[in-house]
Ligand binder design. Structure first.
Ligand SMILES: [Zn+2]
Length: 339
């Protein structure tokens, strides 16, 4: 895989040196390593959904719970991992197929808008990571809610809030895009409800719709947690005075440890290879995992910080310092001397 121009001309020799090391590895990898492993994960998630709907037909509580867990996990894999990879064009080398996957994963599965979702994530969050007012993860803050409500109750509303926000956002889009997005979101929800009524045996559309919201919500607590844990509380920069790219990502991004459940449902690039993902955003999840030892070794050799912390430690930090991190404006970091 060729790294993009932006990745190679990050503005400084260390970034170029690291990119060359990474590219040496990525070039020698097969299609299976570059895309196949992640596709296998997405296809596996889609293929367990019939079993999930069938299990919901059962009268046994254990089987019902298993069905909910299977459907929740499958939904998270396609709508988080799939959408994220699609937004970075990491699922294919073809522009046409990437666009199609973005509509499928972000709109049909994720109930959001492909254009605005991609723009906000790639053009703002990635280009201006931790830059105040641009890529500072402020979309994940809701300072008017108390800490425990924000961290443990509010995330459950993500499946309801997501399509409502999408409908609000598409009003500024061209008519054809707005109609396509609205149709894709409706189609996605209709498919869930159809299977719940015709395979799982739900008697009414309302009960099927509520069940869909329930299993879509089971991963939304860690989803919100992970989104805030890996940037908020780290160095923040001003738009006029941000460090070189390699330092911006080193200081403003954090990796969580490997966790099988989160790695495979959200993707390595969101969990344990977030630093690598911010340095080389077009690499797939499996390729981020592959280049992780190269990046961490390079950072250590050049005394560049490599932020890592575990889930519970970050959770404790956000509970203890909720006011400071999530309510009050973050402090700017002046990285004098290393720009
Ligand atoms: Zn990303």
């Amino acid at each position: 895989m060729e790294l993009s121009g932006e990745e190679l001309t990050g503005g400084e020799s260390q970034m170029q040196e690291l990119a060359a090391l990474v590219q040496k590895t990525t070039r020698s990898c097969s299609w299976w390593e570059r895309h196949g492993v992640d596709w296998a994960c997405l296809i596996l998630a889609l293929s367990v959904t019939p079993a999930g709907f069938l299990l919901l037909h059962s009268d046994r509580f254990v089987l019902l719970c298993l069905g909910i867990l299977l459907l929740g996990a499958a939904h998270t894999v396609v709508s988080v991992k799939g959408s994220h990879l699609a937004s970075h064009n990491s699922l294919s080398q073809s522009k046409f197929w990437n666009k199609l996957w973005a509509v499928l994963f972000i709109e049909v599965c994720g109930s959001f808008t492909a254009e605005i979702g991609t723009y906000n994530h790639v053009k703002l969050h990635h280009a201006y990571t931790n830059v105040i007012g641009l890529g500072d993860s402020s979309t994940w803050k809701a300072p008017f809610f108390p800490r425990y409500i924000y961290l443990f109750i509010l995330p459950l509303a993500v499946p309801v809030i997501t399509p409502i926000v999408a409908i609000g956002l598409i009003q500024d889009q061209p008519m054809t895009t707005a109609i396509r997005t609205l149709s894709a979101i409706t189609l996605g929800m209709w498919v869930h409800c159809w299977f719940l009524m015709h395979v799982s045996g739900f008697q009414s559309l309302l009960s099927a719709f509520l069940c869909m919201l329930f299993y879509k919500a089971i991963y939304s607590i860690p989803y919100i947690h992970v989104n805030i844990f890996q940037h908020i509380g780290l160095a923040m920069f001003s738009p006029t005075k941000k460090p070189k790219r390699i330092y911006q990502m080193a200081y403003g991004v954090l990796n969580l440890p490997r966790n099988m459940l989160l790695d495979w449902s959200f993707g390595h690039s969101i969990i344990n290879c977030h630093v690598e993902h911010h340095l080389f955003p077009t690499l797939s999840d499996n390729m981020c995992l592959k280049v992780k030892p190269i990046v961490s070794k390079y950072f250590k050799q050049h005394n560049i910080p490599y932020n890592e912390d575990n889930y519970l430690s970050r959770l404790r930090l956000f509970i203890d310092k909720y006011e400071e991190l999530m309510v009050n404006a973050p402090q700017l970091t002046e990285l004098v001397g290393i720009q």
